[in-house]
Design a protein around this ligand. Structure first.
Ligand SMILES: N[C@@H](CCC(=O)N[C@@H](CS)C(=O)NCC(=O)O)C(=O)O
Length: 230
């Protein structure tokens, strides 16, 4: 029996946050194109949401929108949330940080295209600060042990989100690999470890073979490529 249907574009960007999780827990799910809901049906579904990703949960016949809400829901369902109050809150904070980085790297969801000056300002100021925030969080919590995860000794939803953010970013834009290595070396390693978990690895290999290095799509990806690949 099917557990979930995920509605997203054929791009990793926000969809991989959900898809890496579903792969990790080996949920039975189908991937559908975002246009099956967005925009015509967005207001008609149970628990309407403005934009993809949408997750349909078969057992409750319910839709969820907003990537952080979906991940928190799945984290609770599959016991991928830290138990202590501090780290539980940090798991949500980490997912929200990820979503903020997605907004910033797409210049507010593509509202303005990048130019070399604005991109360099972001790349050499805000982006390294974001990377350092993740690194410091890990060092203060799970990275105290060599094989630790971001918030503790076991994998949590925060590791899936961090990998969906930075693993995807450096795969789509290899030019940013050194930036991550320099500012957040433990995060770079964490992404590699999470990406090599067997079901995640199989999924990423398939996705990358089919979609190459595509990131967020649209004019904003073109604009990003223009400034990064210069
Ligand atoms: N805050 C929402 C943002 C959703 C969002 O911006 N989705 C993009 C694709 S990644 C989209 O479909 N945008 C079209 C729109 O906003 O109308 C989330 O985290 O899920």
């Amino acid at each position: 029996m099917l557990d979930y249907k995920l509605y997203y574009w054929d791009l990793p960007f926000r969809g991989n946050f959900i898809q890496l999780f579903l792969e990790e827990v080996e949920a039975k799910y189908e991937k559908h194109d975002a246009t099956d809901i967005y925009p015509e049906r967005s207001l008609k579904i149970k628990n309407p949401g403005m934009a993809s990703p949408y997750l349909y949960e078969c057992k409750s016949k319910t839709y969820f929108a907003q990537m952080p809400a979906i991940l928190m829901h799945l984290g609770r369902e599959y016991d991928y949330l830290p138990k202590r109050a501090e780290t539980h809150t940090l798991a949500l904070k980490t997912i929200l940080d990820c979503n903020d980085v997605l907004i910033e790297i797409t210049n507010y969801n593509g509202s303005v295209m990048w130019n070399k000056n604005t991109w360099d300002e972001f790349r050499y100021s805000r982006l390294p600060d974001w990377m350092k925030i993740f690194e410091k969080t890990g060092l203060e919590h799970g990275f105290k042990s060599a094989k630790g995860f971001l918030l503790g000794s076991t994998i949590s939803v925060a590791d899936i989100a961090t990998t969906a953010l930075f693993g995807t970013m450096v795969y789509s834009f290899p030019e940013l690999k050194d930036d991550l290595q320099e500012n957040a070396p433990h995060i770079a390693k964490l992404c590699e470890r999470v990406e090599s978990r067997p079901s995640i690895r199989r999924f990423l290999d398939r996705q990358r073979q089919e979609n190459g290095r595509g990131y967020c799509g649209g004019q904003i990806e073109q604009s990003l490529r223009k400034v990064i690949e210069k």
